[in-house]
Ligand binder design. Sequence first.
Ligand code: DAT
Ligand code: MG
Length: 140
Amino acid sequence: MTTERSLVLVKPDGYARGLTGEVLRRIEAKGYRLAALKVVSPTTDMLHRHYAEHEGKPFFEPLVEFMSSGPVTAVVIEGEQCIAGFRSLAGATDPTKAAPGSIRGDLGRDWGAKVQKNIVHGSDSPESAAHEIGIWFPEL
Ligand code: DAT
Ligand code: MG
């Protein structure tokens, strides 16, 4: 079995609040390896490709606008089952419902915006991970 990789983003809210280190700490404490890491100001083209599955949904344009609002930290993490493992560390999409102990549950909240600002993104399947790593790390 090959070691799995996942694309993690510390979103503009997490970056602006100085939570990048806390997110990386949790990933490393869990035991995953940081295979690549950079601070990026994403283009709308990158974000449209990254969030293509959500095109047409009511939160799509607010999501792209939010993700364009400042730098993000993009990370490739590595380890057996790290895709599911990071989704578990991240917690539920809605930060109000995300369990305490998870990144979104401990560090996120509802801010009354049209899009949920929930600190982190993590790939949801090996196919998404390969697609997303290609967008954020074309050099890999
Ligand atoms: P996840 O990031 O947990 O994989 P997703 O892929 O369904 O969630 O959605 C992408 C992002 O869009 C999510 O992190 C926050 C936002 N979002 C999702 N559903 C939403 C909704 N119903 N209302 C507002 N924002 C939403
Ligand atoms: Mg998703």
